[in-house]
Design a protein around this ligand. Sequence first.
Ligand code: SF4
Ligand code: SF4
Length: 440
Amino acid sequence: MDLARLVALVQSAGVVGAGGAGFPTHEKINHRCETVIINGAECEPLLQVDQQLLQHQAELLVDTLETLVAATGASRGIFAVKAKYRAALEKLERVLTGKNRLELFLLEDFYPAGDEHVLVYEVLQRAVPVGGIPLQVGVVVLNVETLLNVAMACRDKPVTHKHVTVTGAVAKPVTVRVPVGTPVKTMLELAGGAAVSNYRVLEGGPMMGKLLLNLDHAVSKTTKGLIVLPASHRLLRLKHADTRLVLKRAMAACCQCTACTDLCPRHLLGHSLEPHRILRSLSHNYTNDPTVVAAARLCTECGVCDMYACPMDLSPRLLNAAVKQELAKHRFRMPPGTEPLPHPERSRRKIPVKRLVIRLGLSSYQQAAPFANNQVAVERVVLELKQHVGAACIPLVQPGDRVDVGQVVAEVPEGKLGSTIHASIAGKVTQVTPKIVIER
Ligand code: SF4
Ligand code: SF4
């Protein structure tokens, strides 16, 4: 298949980065490149989608990577998978036999191995330019479930379903395939319900996931996990802090030990990001160099500085996020960077996931969340009009319309970046804005 045909299929199927980023995949793959890396790190603790897809859908994933490598003119396609995912590796090794341009790369078990800049450096020893993207060093990176959605797009099947791990304080941790738009309440029922009476839910992993303020939320094309935690869990406090309070606490308690910077994964790749200096500048105005604070733009909000490194329970991450919002308001762009020089101590400062789980207080929730094979009957879905990077979609349906599974219900505005949205169940449209609601 040629690249233009593949891109057109992926675009009309509404494929976006399913690992959480939501970048429209047709834009990402619409380039010639040297290497395609499939990101099978799944480095956030507790999540178990990609490792199980690699095991159960290995043939389809391998075939699709071959197609992608041929279409983009790449010389190699690499599955980057953690060495600890043994069942997935055994299956992949068998299926990859005789595939000359495809290979496996075994990742160590550290966080955040799945950060694209980190992944490219681990696999190819190439440093992506500061503020840049992997394509600048000839690489396209796709998440495992995104590759599966590309496989479906090649068969004219749009993105209507999502794989999600539901775990934490639930009766029966599980990984399920559900229609996009399935309400969180329904998801918790699929896991046997919450095991504690007073709880909160994180959407995503424990490190980068977001605290849901209510259970009216629904699964989107980027939801990878739902983690239920007791309302008193320490992790939730770090997710839901007021920026002004964070700054006040930083003024009073930061001892400038530099642990946040010493362990920052982007700093260790050689980026000019130094969270301890940003924090000092913001709390004590202790620098004349505006580029120190502007470097917050390079922060991925991975959570290493606040959830792992800081001995004083401070959050450089939240302050960086606030700075990034301000910079975005003023349309600030980092000038193009050069290839950074990784820190000589980098390999010794990687954070083992085992230790991270203990530090996060999640040891008791480290449990298998196997795929549930039964079909899930969902009566009502709520589709966000923006489930991707770019502009919100424009609805193409009206209340009262009947729709079939896979029918386009919202389209990207002309000339804008975004991704088409399809009906995920058959039924009647009962609401259109600000979200599309479909009921059977
Ligand atoms: S780790 Fe905490 S106390 Fe140390 S410099 Fe960073 S923010 Fe300050
Ligand atoms: S969240 Fe903290 S550790 Fe992670 S990239 Fe940002 S500054 Fe670095």
